[in-house]
Ligand binder design. Structure first.
Ligand SMILES: NC(=O)c1ccc[n+]([C@@H]2O[C@H](COP(=O)([O-])OP(=O)(O)OC[C@H]3O[C@@H](n4cnc5c(N)ncnc54)[C@H](OP(=O)(O)O)[C@@H]3O)[C@@H](O)[C@H]2O)c1
Length: 349
């Protein structure tokens, strides 16, 4: 068995990693850290795992070496303490935004100066459907952001096929409350958050940087790639739901789109095309994806406006974070890519 530990195991991403790793056929959990709950049973933070493990949280300063270390820390924490972390594992999967961008200038434009810019080129972007060959055998992986993941998966086939103007796509994402993590703040307090449909980042969402990075890789060099992204906080616990508005460079029919999307995603274990033409489930719905590693994708052509609308949904904590990270681990280790990720969701729920 491969010994795998989690730094930042009391948070939402860490909790999902634990749930997945407890059912994983090849990974054995070494340590799971929490500063607040060091010495306490795992179920203190993750009551869904009651009775599933005797593990207790370890203090982050007491981490022993392991084969693979998941980093599930708030933004900035991993890069700041990288020199302490590096000797602890042969392989790393980071869930934060610290190492997702390959360009220090672009990072600085969105997040401010990177404390260790030389590390950026040592990580590969962790979204398997967009970067599988690089993840296979990699030692350091940066899992993609949740809103970026759903957006990249929705748009990749269109950009790869050169069907749309790469500079004009509008991304309208609705995100659930767990996107903000387990730390409580004034925006997540129940009376404030309940019932919201609150524009969270109408412009300037940081995930636009990684979406641009990944789309730029699949279009002709020098293309003007710009995504215009808005994120709205809605009353969901889990889920990121996207409507992408893309503008074709030529006349496109839904039949054309089916060909392109089927060819691109037909062999992908975790991307499902939504084919229903009637009824309530004819577009992706995040509720159905809770706890699963799927991204559901559907689309419709607006003939009047010359517009393609792509709808996509994920569970932000799964395909948008821990599930994607486990999928990447499976590739890094040469295991079956789907190992530990078989849950197919609940209906109704
Ligand atoms: N939530 C999402 O939907 C989502 C999706 C994609 C990516 N991400 C990214 O994944 C990372 C984790 O997100 P999350 O939602 O799991 O956050 P979270 O719920 O706030 O959890 C953060 C974890 O880090 C620990 N921690 C905080 N500061 C630390 C420090 N200085 N040293 C050691 N441990 C520390 C916390 O535990 P203690 O305080 O108990 O030590 C906790 O276990 C973030 O970078 C986030 O941006 C999140």
């Amino acid at each position: 068995m491969t010994r795998v530990s989690i730094l930042g195991g009391s948070g939402y991403g860490g909790g999902e990693l634990l749930r997945l790793l407890l059912g994983h056929p090849h990974a054995e959990i070494g340590q799971v850290t929490s500063r607040r709950l060091a010495g306490k049973p795992i179920a203190r933070a993750h009551p869904n795992l009651r009775g599933r493990t005797d593990l207790r949280f370890a203090d982050p300063d007491d981490l022993d070496p392991c084969n693979l270390l998941f980093l599930a820390l708030p933004h900035g924490a991993a890069s700041e303490r990288w020199d302490e972390l590096e000797p602890l594992a042969e392989r790393f999967v980071d869930l934060s935004a610290d190492f997702r961008l390959d360009d220090a200038e672009r990072y600085a434009a969105h997040y401010g100066p990177h404390p260790r810019p030389e590390l950026l080129e040592t990580f590969v972007y962790g979204l398997a459907e967009a970067n599988r060959d690089a993840i296979r055998g990699a030692a350091r992986v940066a899992a993609g952001g949740c809103n970026a993941t759903v957006s990249i998966l929705a748009l990749l086939p269109l950009y790869e096929a050169g069907l749309v103007d790469p500079s004009r796509t509008v991304l309208d994402v609705k995100g659930g409350a767990s996107e903000g993590g387990a730390e409580v703040d004034t925006g997540s307090h129940h009376p404030v958050r309940r019932g919201v449909v609150r524009p969270y980042r109408p412009t300037g969402h940081r995930h636009a940087a990684e979406i641009g990075q990944m789309l730029r890789r699949v279009v002709p060099e020098g293309s003007d790639v710009r995504v215009h992204m808005s994120v709205t906080a809605v009353e969901l616990v889990r889920g990121a739901a996207l409507l992408a508005h893309a503008f074709p460079t030529d006349v496109v029919t839904e039949r054309d789109l089916w060909k392109v999307y089927r060819a691109r995603y037909g062999g992908e274990p975790f991307v499902r095309l939504v084919a229903e033409r009637s009824g309530p489930y004819r577009f992706p719905e995040p509720k159905l994806l809770a706890g699963t590693n799927y991204c559901d994708v559907g689309f419709e052509v607006d003939p009047e406006g010359g517009r393609i609308v792509v709808a996509a949904a994920i569970d932000n904590l799964m395909k948008g974070s821990a599930g994607q990270a486990v999928q990447a681990m499976n590739l890094m280790m040469g295991w079956d890519e789907t190992a530990g990720l078989g849950f197919s969701g609940l209906h109704p729920c």
